[in-house]
Design a binder for this molecule. Structure first.
Ligand code: SF4
Length: 84
């Protein structure tokens, strides 16, 4: 089964909540008024990552395309190629 890596450049998130409106199964607002990936892993640099499956791809592609500051991306699972 194809898997992807959903990535969030969280330090540069402006907290507009578009991703949460579009993909609430995957995104939520946090107490610091930025969004977070539900079930995501917070990295030392403040970014977030979560492995997602094919069934999760379309919603997160839409979320990425809705983000006004382009801080959401979807990569192949090994993070070698950016897909969205
Ligand atoms: S759409 Fe982008 S800027 Fe807006 S809350 Fe989501 S990640 Fe942050």
């Amino acid at each position: 089964m194809t898997k992807y890596m959903l990535r969030h450049d969280r330090p540069n998130c402006i907290g507009c909540a578009a991703c949460v409106a579009i993909a609430p199964d995957y995104w939520e607002m946090a107490s610091d008024d930025k969004s977070s990936i539900k079930g995501g892993k917070r990295m030392p640099d403040g970014t977030e990552e979560r492995v997602i499956e094919e069934k999760d791809f379309a919603a997160n592609k839409d979320a990425a395309q809705s983000c006004p500051v382009n801080v959401i991306s979807v990569w192949d699972e090994n993070k070698t190629k950016k897909i969205v």
